[in-house]
Design a protein around this ligand. Sequence first.
Ligand SMILES: C[S@@+](CC[C@H](N)C(=O)[O-])C[C@H]1O[C@@H](n2cnc3c(N)ncnc32)[C@H](O)[C@@H]1O
Length: 255
Amino acid sequence: MMIDNGGREMADDTDQYDQIAASFDEVEAIIRFVRENLEWPSFEAALGQLEGLRVLDVGCGEGSFTRRIAQLGAKDVVGMDLSPGMIALAEQSEAANPLGVKYHVHDLGAMPKLAEFDVVTAVHVLHYADSRESMSAMAATMFANLVSGGRLVALSANADSSARSEAAAGFKTSRPENPREGDKFKVAVLTDPPTEIEVHHWPTSTIVGILEEAGFANVVWEQVKVANFVTDEDMDRAQRCAENPTSLIITALKA
Ligand SMILES: C[S@@+](CC[C@H](N)C(=O)[O-])C[C@H]1O[C@@H](n2cnc3c(N)ncnc32)[C@H](O)[C@@H]1O
């Protein structure tokens, strides 16, 4: 943890994502296959109808999914991220092709109530929590930003992903043996040279339990799947990505 100039604790992922923001195109080129053929189609199906809904995308990075959420007809779309570098990229895309998305820099674990949202989305951000307390704080801020009846739709790292699916997706993870909740490990995106990202080990059952403790109901998860539009040429790689895949969809309700 770092301490900000107001004396508050902040997550310490700002630097690593500010560095990744500088060479984001190379990372994007590697992760595009699994994102386009498995993650986005599975996530979009879980989002369902967004027409006219207010959506907060937490850990939005450079805003690629945030922008697609706006293009699905959501209104008042807000993206937030810890990294000023990633938010700067998101704002550049918004300036180049305005969709009315607003972006803010915040630490998800300390985010205030920004507004009332019908849907909170969290794409590949929960596994940056470095302790049970920080995962609980993230769950609490997401819950606080939802209206009653609102939904959380998360795309989250699968703690049990197979080495074969990771290789097909373009990653290599270095998990400790017998990892415990919150243990830190590195994921290398196979750019040249590899781009290493520090993340934390969160079994899905732990995330589900923490979301329930925060007040969420109907917390369910499923693995991402191969989209039905995948071409014959891409099918072999897509099926390898889907064998105990690198990510899961988790949905939950604020009753
Ligand atoms: C793997 S990227 C995903 C970005 C985006 N959701 C996407 O899928 O394109 C993870 C993002 O989470 C952000 N992040 C990490 N810890 C965070 C925190 N405590 N609060 C807010 N954002 C955080 C990072 O800065 C980074 O942009």
